[in-house]
Design a protein around this ligand. Structure first.
Ligand SMILES: [Zn+2]
Length: 88
């Protein structure tokens, strides 16, 4: 392969990668969050992750309903959940 071909190849790869995947700048605006369920429910190994607090809370509610039998999260528990959410 000549040097010229190699350069064309790289340009092609660059164009290809430009059209795919996510735009990096967008990701930096939202801080991903994580919640260790074990902080609230001792012994639970589940770690919930989300792109923001809203998503973590939503997933936490789903997990609590499915795995802990909590159909609804009482306000005082919701507060604890919110306090236990950490930046990823
Ligand atoms: Zn759990």
């Amino acid at each position: 392969m000549s040097l010229g071909d190699a350069l064309i190849d790289r340009a092609g790869a660059w164009r290809y990668s430009e059209g795919h995947g996510t735009i990096p700048q967008e990701k930096e605006h939202t801080m991903a969050k994580t919640l260790r369920c074990g902080d609230l429910m001792p012994g639970c190994p589940t770690v919930i992750e989300g792109k923001d607090e809203q998503e973590v809370l939503k997933k936490a509610a789903e997990h609590a309903a499915r795995d802990h039998g909590l159909a609804e999260i009482p306000p005082e528990v919701a507060q604890k959940v919110q306090a236990a959410i950490r930046d990823k």
